[in-house]
Design a protein around this ligand. Structure first.
Ligand SMILES: [Zn+2]
Length: 119
């Protein structure tokens, strides 16, 4: 997949994440409903404070990762999106599923194993 194609996916994902964050951080304000419905459980209010905190930090991390991905795309619009570690092309399906992914399957597996060891 080319950087320009991934950029379109990243932009869409960024908009979704921002919308979710907005809804969590400003629950009183009216935000457009989308069909996802995965935040419906938030309606319980105060009892779910911890969940909301966890979710907010997750979304913030995703936002940062997506911003990084966007910067990578902008740098290489006409080039194939490649793994940040080994430089090989990353599978299209993988990018469509997790557009902020900077690593190929192989390197991701290595990275996860290393992360698990260091915890
Ligand atoms: Zn790799």
């Amino acid at each position: 997949m080319k950087g320009s194609q991934l950029l379109a996916i990243v932009e869409k994902e960024l908009a979704t994440v921002r919308k979710h964050l907005e809804r969590i951080e400003h629950p009183d304000e009216k935000v457009d409903h989308d069909s996802n419905g995965d935040l419906a459980d938030q309606a319980d209010g105060h009892t779910q404070t911890i969940d909301v905190v966890t979710r907010t930090s997750m979304l913030h991390r995703q936002l940062a990762e997506l911003s990084d991905a966007k910067a990578r795309c902008l740098k290489a619009m006409d080039a194939e999106v490649t793994c940040a570690a080994c430089g090989k092309a990353i599978d299209d399906e993988r990018l469509e599923l997790v557009p902020e992914n900077a690593l190929c399957c192989t390197c991701q597996a290595i990275e996860e194993r290393r992360r698990r060891r260091s915890v």
